[in-house]
Ligand binder design. Structure first.
Ligand code: SF4
Ligand code: SF4
Ligand code: SF4
Length: 579
């Protein structure tokens, strides 16, 4: 196929036919501002609806400007991205977007982290010449996870592409007409009454404050400052690989020790690690897997750590609800053990214990509200805050995060192995389970502790491992669209796989809906995942069943994996649901 010859800003270039002006400019290091445009993961899916017109460029010989995002380069084309006409057009477009925008940037959740605000700054917009009709839509605060403020919607449709195409959930579409058009739910249903999984990926890609997380930081501050409460905190594996970005540290910085120090400075009574509970999860999940294999139970077993994925299967594949593992997610296992065994050990009345989870995830906010995850109607996990919310709390407290010394987690529920930290990246949960399952089935460790074929951000991965003479076929999916594809395969051919890991967020929890905004950049996911794998490699213990605090918990309290008490506290059930 012959290449197309063209120029951008006088620079001669060549590209494959079909390449857009935006792609070619980017590869040549020429910046063209965008707003609605978004690359989506490894799917080659792109939101280039061209609605915002911010990326207008001048093409020699054409009277009208062209949107760079969906105009293909052509033989002999001469493009100017920097002409006065193009710059003026972009400014006009952004002024029109601002003409009906609330412009309450000072108190907006996206202040200093908003693509519309950055665009206005980049284009030096100092006043808005147009006065558009302002809407006064009510906010949707119905859910535990995310807040919709339709007044800030710029109709970029990124959320719609993410939810409907990448996640295959289909919550969003355009509603109303004319100036009142917004991207919202069908029949304007409250989010809580939809099939939303609360994965938060629409929040991750929304460029403005139209979609944000539910903020639990003030509830946590109140608990910390209540002398009658004993407030403990746990932090998920993926948080340590991204929290540094909240303080200007490079993507991929591992800040485990600084995070522990910061949490102590915030005033938590004890600082624990969800990684401990991830090791506990593997004890139960590997045991459940081996029991199913030995006793002819239902296979494949599906991991169940991701509450968005769990809600997805409850809505979309109720006929398959007998195949997920019954294990609770690690932070819920932590909460259950904390309010029973740990409270007793510490001499704390469980009614006065407050469990706070720091998660990369918006779905875990919703998960904590599930009625079955409660001790006598009091939730095992009281509050979930995201990596972004923890960043905000650290800033509010005036803590200089980057210069903090490395701290430690508290013992009893703070020790962890390398197997637990890899939960944060796609493929990590099943890899951790395989490490222990291999050791338990064969009585020895695998030649290589790393099951690398299950790693990487590819949407669906497969590998076969021979363990104790049996070939086990394993699959991993991240992103709910990929999960749907895999589940359809399972429904059509139930004998194909032995075990499957599914995570709702493309790339796994490192790219969760509560992580620092990452512009949907696969390189960001890869660097965060590498930070996690480096922590695994640095650990003395890399098998969950070797965690001494987990072993002690079974000896002192739980008995054996799969015991009656373990089932009561660490396992759960699933429900077919319409909302
Ligand atoms: S809610 Fe956000 S992502 Fe969705 S269309 Fe509006 S501005 Fe875009
Ligand atoms: S949270 Fe996830 S499932 Fe819910 S609307 Fe957003 S993208 Fe769709
Ligand atoms: S993949 Fe992780 S961050 Fe995303 S919804 Fe699931 S548990 Fe939450």
């Amino acid at each position: 196929m012959s290449l197309v010859n063209f120029t951008i800003n006088g620079i001669s270039m060549q590209a494959e036919p079909g390449a857009t002006i935006l792609e070619c400019a980017k590869s040549a290091g020429i910046h063209i501002p965008t707003l609605c445009h978004l690359n989506l993961h490894d799917t080659k899916m792109v939101n280039q609806v061209g609605t915002c017109r911010v990326c207008m460029v001048e093409v020699e010989g054409r009277r009208n400007l062209a949107p760079a995002c969906n105009t293909a380069v052509a033989e002999g084309m001469a493009v100017r991205t920097d002409s006065v006409k193009a710059i003026k057009a972009r400014r006009k477009v952004v002024e029109l977007l601002l003409s009906n925008h609330p412009k309450d940037c000072l108190v907006c959740a996206r202040n200093q982290n908003c693509e519309l605000q950055s665009l206005a700054a980049e284009l030096s917009i100092r006043r808005v010449r147009y006065d558009g009709k302002r809407n006064n839509f009510p906010w949707d605060t119905s859910s535990y996870s995310l807040v919709r403020d339709p007044n800030k919607c710029v109709l970029c449709r990124r959320c719609e592409t993410m939810c409907n195409k990448v996640q295959s959930v289909g919550v969003y579409s355009a509603v109303n007409r004319g100036f009142e058009t917004v991207i919202g739910t069908a029949f304007d249903e409250p989010m809580l009454d939809t099939v939303c999984t609360f994965c938060g990926q629409c929040v991750s890609v929304c460029p403005t404050g139209a979609l944000t997380q539910v903020d639990n930081t003030w509830a946590v501050w109140d608990a910390i400052n209540n002398p009658d409460k004993f407030v403990i905190v746990q932090t998920a594996p993926a948080v340590r690989a991204a929290l540094g970005e909240e303080f200007g540290m490079p993507v991929g910085s591992l800040v485990t020790g600084k995070m522990a120090s910061a949490l102590r400075l915030l005033g938590f009574d004890k600082v624990y690690d969800t990684d401990f509970a991830a090791d506990l999860t593997i004890m139960e999940e590997a045991h459940e897997f081996i029991e199913r294999v030995k006793n002819g139970g239902t296979l494949p077993i599906l991991t169940s750590c991701c509450p968005a994925w769990v809600k997805f299967i409850e809505h979309q594949f109720p006929e398959l609800l007998d195949i997920p593992s019954t294990c609770k997610s690690p932070h819920e296992m932590f909460g259950a053990v904390a309010k029973t065994h740990l409270a007793g050990k510490l001499g704390v009345d469980p009614a006065n214990m407050v469990v706070v989870s720091v998660m990369p995830c918006l779905a875990k906010k919703y998960e904590a509200s599930r009625p079955e995850l409660a001790l006598e109607s009091s939730p095992y996990v009281d509050y979930v805050i995201t990596t972004r919310e923890l960043g905000a709390m650290i800033r509010e407290a005036g803590v200089r995060f980057a210069s903090l010394p490395d701290g430690e987690f508290d013992s009893a529920m703070g020790e962890s192995t390398g197997a637990s930290v890899i939960f944060g990246a796609t493929g990590g949960v099943i890899e951790a389970a395989l490490r222990t399952a291999y050791a338990w089935l064969t009585g020895e460790k695998p030649a290589d502790v790393e099951f690398t074929a299950l790693r990487g951000i590819k949407g669906i991965k497969e590998a076969t491992y021979n363990i104790a003479g049996t070939d086990f076929k394993i699959a991993v999916a991240s992103g709910l669209g990929n999960a749907r594809e895999l589940l359809e395969r399972v429904r059509d051919n139930p004998d194909e796989y032995h075990a499957i890991e599914i995570m709702a967020c493309p790339g796994g929890c490192v790219s969760g809906g509560g992580q620092p905004y990452h512009g949907n950049d696969p390189e960001t996911y890869a660097k965060r995942a590498e930070a996690i794998y480096s922590e695994d490699r640095a650990k003395a213990l890399r098998y969950s069943h070797e965690n001494p605090e987990v072993i002690a918990l079974y000896e002192e309290f739980l008995g054996e994996p799969g015991s009656h008490r373990a089932h009561e506290l660490l396992h759960t059930e699933y429900t077919k649901r319409t909302v």
